[in-house]
Design a binder for this molecule. Structure first.
Ligand code: FHN
Length: 487
């Protein structure tokens, strides 16, 4: 196969690519989304293009976005009544992602409501959850205030269908979690499903109890539940990092603008995630679920991703990603200019499954040594490491096919430093072409005291490496450069 230089990857940087990544730890594109027949879950058409994003006052946006761009790594938590059935209804295993069980099994509202009476998470420990996020090196935490099932996981005065009024537990976990995050400098944030609400006659999505969505008074739903609940979560839990809206079915630009206005009226610093609705109302873009662009991408964006196959807890889903997979994904995403929002799905007892904890702590051990090459880092200084588009082969849509290279290494950058993350340890030396700046020093983050020999001729660099990789997950080479204009 031949790669035409005109189709070299840099020409494609910034393209809206949401094809699954090709590396060793690649996750399938929109694996959850594909199991949800009724709604489109990839919002690329509804989210602004990067140039639209930056058309808002850039200084203002830059200052609001600063913590998010610095953090790069966040915890997503899907926790709700769906953790009670945990993937099973009337003795049958229900396929698909756990938090969609009400929809997938067409459970009537009256039956689903019964799960509230069984939800008693006596083992919930806000400190332990926030500590896990901190141990993993995560800088923000986003938890479901209300998912599509319509159940508020906080003390809501707008709807009695909430964790304080409808469960035997009677506690508001969000107050405790907000405090535990604040204590650790983790930005606390809420997920809120603004459009789908299977509990309400005028919310989108429940056509088995309430008939076709087209016949519903959707604005009545927005005005009486969705907007008032968003007002509550913005008013009662201190400063929020962001609100993560999701699945903007029927969210016209006019409707989305109401949500954006409300957020900024109450908390001007709070960010708005990518899936709010049509028009330019968000601060950053969200890729499809578990979808990592194949190449670097312009603008601010984030990949939301699962640790197994589900978001909400499902007792039979044990397809856990390893710490090595997760580190690869984190590095891969940061090297392309994005953030990684990684999900845990606690049980109805209030426990984050042990395999999730183990993998996240594995990431944390790697971060202890190497986080300098993640926090505040930008895109690769190269671009050739990913592969390139073929000028002869076409994909199923007739577009040039992307031909990936083996995911041996990735690169992240920050002013004055270029980091090379090795997933396959090179024998003896690492050679690369395309380095723009003069390298002044080279060392491994795992052994900072030991300077490595290197030679540079123009944009070609060769660095001598020890025979054995210092870290079996990923070893990071730091190149200090005299000047770096790569990001
Ligand atoms: O339908 C939801 C799904 O349950 C989950 O919350 C994910 C997380 O990104 N978002 C939607 C699907 O894209």
């Amino acid at each position: 196969m031949k790669i035409n230089s005109s189709q070299r990857i840099l020409a494609f940087i910034g393209a809206m690519l949401t094809v699954a990544t090709t590396g060793q730890a690649a996750t399938s594109s929109s694996e959850g989304a594909s199991k949800q027949p009724q709604v489109s879950t990839v919002q690329s058409s509804a989210t602004p293009k990067p140039e639209e994003q930056t058309s808002k006052n850039p200084t203002d946006r830059d200052s609001r976005m600063a913590w998010w761009r610095e953090g790069r790594f966040g915890m997503f938590i899907h926790w709700g009544l769906y953790a009670v059935p945990a993937g099973e209804w009337k003795g049958e295993k229900i396929s698909g992602i756990g938090e969609w069980i009400m929809n997938r099994a067409k459970i009537p509202v009256k039956d689903y409501e019964q799960f509230a009476g069984q939800f008693n998470p006596t083992q919930f420990d806000a400190e332990a959850w926030a500590q896990l996020a901190q141990d993993a090196g995560m800088k923000y935490l986003t938890i479901t205030a209300k998912h599509h099932d319509g159940f508020a996981m906080y003390d809501s005065k707008v709807s009695k269908y909430n964790i304080v009024e409808a469960t035997p537990w009677k506690r508001d976990p969000m107050k405790e979690l907000a405090a535990a995050c604040a204590k650790r400098g983790i930005k606390f944030s809420f997920y809120y499903s603004q459009s789908l609400d299977w509990h309400e006659p005028n919310g989108m999505g429940n056509q088995w109890d309430f008939g076709p969505d087209e016949k519903k008074d959707f604005d009545q739903y927005l005005e009486t539940k969705s907007l008032p609940q968003v007002r509550e979560i913005l008013s009662n839990y201190g400063p929020l990092g962001l609100i993560w809206f999701d699945v903007p079915k029927n969210m016209t630009a006019e409707r989305a603008a109401k949500f954006e206005k409300l957020v900024h009226e109450i908390q001007p610093q709070c960010l708005v995630s990518g899936r709010i609705g049509q028009g330019s109302h968000n601060d950053y873009d969200s890729t499809g679920d578990n979808s990592i662009p194949v190449l670097p991408r312009a603008g601010d964006w984030e990949t939301p991703a699962t640790l197994n196959k589900t978001w909400g807890y499902k007792k039979d889903d044990n397809d856990w990603k390893s710490a090595k997979d997760l580190v690869f994904n984190l590095v891969d995403i940061v090297s392309k200019g994005g953030n990684y929002l990684l999900n845990v799905g606690p049980t109805a007892d209030g426990v984050i499954p042990q395999p999730s904890q183990d993998s996240l702590r594995g990431v944390g051990r790697w971060m202890k040594v190497n986080s300098e090459a993640i926090y505040g880092c930008g895109k690769t200084a190269f671009g050739t490491e990913y592969g390139a588009y073929s000028d002869t082969e076409k994909d199923s849509k007739g577009k040039p096919k992307f031909i990936p290279k083996p995911a041996d290494w990735r690169c992240t950058t920050k002013p004055g430093k270029v980091f090379i993350h090795f997933f396959t340890w090179p024998e003896g030396k690492f050679e690369v072409t395309g380095i723009k700046d003069k390298v002044t020093k080279a060392y491994l983050l795992a052994d900072r005291a030991q300077d490595l020999k290197f030679s540079q001729t123009g944009d070609q660099l060769s660095v001598s490496l020890p025979p054995k990789a210092p870290d079996e997950v990923a070893s990071v080479l730091c190149l200090e450069v005299a000047q770096h204009g790569g990001h």
